[in-house]
Design a protein around this ligand. Structure first.
Ligand SMILES: [Zn+2]
Ligand SMILES: [Zn+2]
Length: 177
């Protein structure tokens, strides 16, 4: 536990579990113009695709702020090696299942998806639901690399995602007090 105070919004957060202020991060995600792409939107009319696809739930759409604030505080950052971008992963946000999966060649969903992924979470965020077991397999395969701790000796905070080696108080200019 390492409570820092955000220099942008003045609110406290635990930098041992979340590298950035969760409320500022969630606000940034919510403001993203393409946060939910049409192919993941349950309000898009059903269509048959050649590829597997996923939808977020309508419940997620209506409560997206609560979901994303929970995710920003409780989820984990990973570097996605193929795209060279940062992703943010949260299993069972708010204790719920945030999406459903639709098999290739089908129009209707066949199963629930219990985790939330924010892809390209630093630059151009897109949110969708994923299967936790498949995601853990991709971590094992090295497709997603977990965020490391701060390079400062004796600091247990997570380092900031992006081109950083240090946490929010040990980076310069510092982002928290
Ligand atoms: Zn903040
Ligand atoms: Zn540090």
């Amino acid at each position: 536990m390492s409570v820092l105070t955000c220099r942008a919004c003045g609110r406290p957060w635990d930098a041992a579990t979340a590298p950035r202020c969760p409320l500022c991060l969630a606000a940034r995600w919510l403001a993203a113009p393409d946060l939910i792409l049409d192919k993941h939107d349950p309000d898009t009319p059903p269509f048959v695709s050649d590829h597997y696809r996923s939808l977020v739930t309508r419940e997620f759409l209506e409560n997206r702020r609560a979901y994303l604030e929970y995710a920003a505080a409780h989820g984990s950052w990973y570097f996605q090696t193929f795209y060279q971008t940062w992703s943010h992963y949260t299993p069972e946000p708010l204790g719920r299942s945030p999406g459903v999966g639709i098999a290739a060649g089908e129009a209707e969903p066949s199963h629930g998806l219990d985790a939330l992924l924010v892809a390209d979470a630093l630059e151009d965020p897109h949110v969708f639901a994923v299967d936790p077991i498949r995601f853990l397999d991709r971590i094992d395969a090295g497709d997603f690399v977990p965020l490391k701790r701060c390079a400062d000796p004796a600091c247990d905070n997570l380092r900031l995602p992006g081109h950083h080696s240090r946490c929010a108080i040990h980076t310069r200019p510092r982002l928290a007090d």
